[in-house]
Design a protein around this ligand. Structure first.
Ligand SMILES: NC(=O)c1ccc[n+]([C@@H]2O[C@H](COP(=O)([O-])OP(=O)(O)OC[C@H]3O[C@@H](n4cnc5c(N)ncnc54)[C@H](O)[C@@H]3O)[C@@H](O)[C@H]2O)c1
Length: 663
């Protein structure tokens, strides 16, 4: 499903900015509210945000004032206000952002169901209400999904894509792709109170509240200690004042009702302030007034103990979410970084500390501070298995442990295990395939092939958030025709050597594998995907074509029809869809990716070498593939020289929409 036109219902705090985000990504959007004055407030907000963003670019001398004015006119021209549902008859994606009350939401969903085309996806920006209940008000529950932005929507990159009871995989995928199109960072989660970010953040903060209130401590001292320890971007009391005490109290009470008092403590002082109408910054006073705390308390306490309350509770709650199957490890950590500013996020932090130490700390905490710190099952299991985090090579995430004896490259490193090896892609920020990556991967491959004791190679990413996002476009643009052709040649030769070898190759795809990353995975004999993995060939959006075998290996794996679709739309697909169409061999939980890849390496690496090589050669249909790759190389070379290719790559680098001329 494609989104050519969107709509936002509710032009309040969130709606105006959401419409602005959509319009600035080049998509026309209708903004509806109940009265013209509210529509105007939303349109004004969109204008204010647009001007501020463009002024920033002018200030940095990235664009001229004239260009800024032109762009502002274009962006704002894409937003149309309405108090009726004018213009909803041809929308593809609607985001509801009306007040947080189920009766209002259901009424809006009922109206949307009647007034939008049958294919349109109806999304809600709700922070806490049930997506499934909203879906009940429609005749298309499979097309209803949560699409939860964070405040302020124009700046915060995270969007939680929430799966209701009946939301279809196709709807989840369209919502994810749409979020990426409007330059947001989507994470997927199940429908449960607080979703990912609010649940974990509030549960950790609620332990700080409890700590402060039970011991009669100074809120200012607590805020200072939390900021100084850098476990969160700002102190919880200061943050609560900014967000509004009534809003925070509402969320806290909702989470307490849902998960119990043990897990979610509600600050009694905050409750009293709300009852007195003192709601923080918006009423002039809350916990603070004019920057000064309004209550005093003990300033001496153990800062480390306070930090541990926050950090350990965040991890416990993250593990519970994971155990409930509500989100993947990668999405939880990404969400806590992008949505709550926790750096490092809970799982990565635990891996760095050492899971055995974290387990011991939780055992101590649950005995001393309460059952809410009881060590989660998944943590006990990982420790029992010797998976202790970064120091052991595997915890919630996998970590490279490069060989000492090998002259390691900067971007690709070799780790040899018993009978198999791992090539770790480690080129920040995105593991993009540059000439250096290809050369270093080639060196690792030569070494592995020459080693009789190593019969399988796993290709993995050292970056927990992505596998490889594609070829290094900037490096490509700096090459002349001859060096570009040489790089293509070198890459194809390496991939073909891997394919014809008796050494088995396994791609352990942990997350995003786009363009060259997807092509590298496709050239491996086996692909194991973590649940967080996604695949795609987005070259078409740059006006070029896949250059590392994407037009050849993709149809061989998934059939011509799906390959054409993926290569022509450039849209990504998730791990389960990749499995269904035959692009990957298995989908496994994130933290089991390396176990499974290693099990495959041991199994296939133990097969008869000559038979392995013969099976690989004949199954792939060597001659036919070589011919196809030659055809792709020729086409890639031609397309890369066109005006459209220059325009597409230029537009991509400048973050604007390309204008195709067919030349
Ligand atoms: N404010 C936040 O920080 C934040 C963050 C994330 C998500 N949310 C969620 O976003 C949604 C909107 O929150 P908000 O803070 O923007 O609320 P808001 O009260 O600022 O705005 C809601 C708008 O919806 C309008 N409205 C009411 N009924 C309507 C109808 N039938 N049709 C069209 N418009 C209607 C109101 O006139 C108002 O302008 C809520 O579900 C909230 O939970 C809010």
């Amino acid at each position: 499903m494609f989104v050519f036109k969107a709509a936002v219902v509710g032009a309040g705090t969130m709606g105006g900015e959401i419409a602005q985000v959509i319009a600035s990504a080049g998509i026309p959007v209708v903004l509806k509210d109940v009265k013209q004055e509210f529509v105007d407030l939303g349109l004004n907000k969109a204008e204010e945000v647009t001007r501020a963003q463009l002024d920033g670019l002018v200030h940095k001398q990235k664009i001229s004032q004239e260009q800024a004015d032109q762009q502002a006119t274009e962006i704002l021209g894409r937003i149309t206000g309405t108090t009726e549902y004018v213009g909803f008859g041809d929308v593809d994606f609607v985001i509801e952002a009306v007040p947080e009350r189920m009766a209002i939401k259901q009424a809006v969903f009922g109206e949307l169901d009647a007034l939008t085309p049958g294919h349109a996806i109806l999304a809600s920006n709700t922070s806490s209400l049930s997506i499934s209940e909203m879906a009940d008000a429609t005749s298309r529950p499979d097309k209803v999904v949560g699409f939860h932005f964070f405040y302020p929507a124009s700046m915060m990159r995270l969007v939680e894509i929430v799966e209701g009871a009946d939301t279809s995989p196709d709807t989840m995928q369209t919502a994810t792709t749409f979020a990426q199109t409007i330059r947001k960072l989507p994470i997927a989660c199940g429908e449960e109170p607080g979703f990912v970010v609010n649940r974990i953040l509030n549960s950790a903060i609620s332990e700080v509240w409890r700590f402060q209130e039970e011991r009669g401590l100074s809120i200012k001292a607590i805020d200072d200690a939390v900021s100084a320890a850098r476990v969160a971007p700002m102190g919880p009391f200061f943050l609560t004042d900014l967000l509004g005490l009534d809003t925070v109290l509402h969320v806290a009470e909702h989470l307490q009702e849902s998960y119990g008092e043990g897990s979610f403590y509600v600050h009694q002082g905050m409750k009293a302030l709300v009852e007195a109408g003192e709601l923080g910054a918006k009423t002039g006073k809350g916990f603070y007034e004019n920057g000064e705390p309004r209550s005093q308390g003990e300033t001496e306490f153990d800062h480390e103990e306070l930090t541990q309350h926050f950090v350990l509770k965040a991890l416990v709650e993250a593990c519970l979410l994971l155990e409930d199957g509500m989100a993947t490890i990668r999405d939880i950590d990404l969400g806590m970084m992008a949505g709550a500013g926790l750096i490092p996020p809970p799982f990565a932090r635990a891996d760095q500390t050492g899971l055995d130490e974290v387990l011991a700390a939780l055992e101590h905490a649950s005995a001393e501070w309460g059952e809410q710190f009881a060590p989660p099952l998944i943590l006990r299991r990982l420790v029992a298995q010797g998976r202790l985090g970064a120091k052991s090579g595997q915890g919630f995430f996998a970590y490279k442990q490069p060989d000492d004896g090998f002259e390691q490259g900067e971007a690709v490193q070799l780790e040899t295990r018993d009978g198999y090896a791992i090539a770790w892609l480690d080129r920040p920020p995105a593991n993009s395939l540059s000439p250096q990556v290809i050369t270093e991967l080639g060196r690792v491959w030569e070494h592995v092939e020459a080693d009789d004791a190593v019969r399988a190679l796993i290709i993995a990413s050292a970056n927990p958030m992505l596998f490889c996002t594609g070829a290094d476009i900037k490096a490509f643009t700096r090459m002349d025709e001859a060096t570009g052709a040489a790089l293509l040649q070198e890459t194809h030769a390496l991939l073909r050597r891997m394919e014809s070898s008796s050494t088995v190759t396994i791609a352990a795809v942990n997350a995003v594998a786009f363009g060259g990353g997807c092509e590298l995975a496709m050239a491996c004999d086996v692909r194991i995907a973590a649940q967080s993995a996604s695949f795609g060939q987005p070259e078409i959006s740059l006006g070029i074509i896949p250059g590392f075998g994407g037009t050849q290996r993709l149809p061989r794996l998934v059939g011509t029809a799906r390959a054409l679709e993926l290569n022509l739309t450039g849209d990504p697909i998730g791990a389960y869809e990749a499995f269904e169409i035959g692009l990957v061999n298995r989908v496994v939980p994130d933290h089991e990716l390396h176990d499974v890849a290693r099990a495959w390496a041991r199994r296939l690496g133990g097969q008869a070498p000559l038979a392995v090589a013969a099976i690989k050669r004949t199954t792939a249909g060597d001659a036919d593939l070589d011919e196809g790759i030659e055809a792709e190389k020729a086409a890639f070379g031609e397309i890369f020289q066109t005006t459209d290719a220059r325009e597409g790559i230029g537009a991509f680098l400048a973050k604007r929409a390309p204008q195709w001329t067919g030349k």
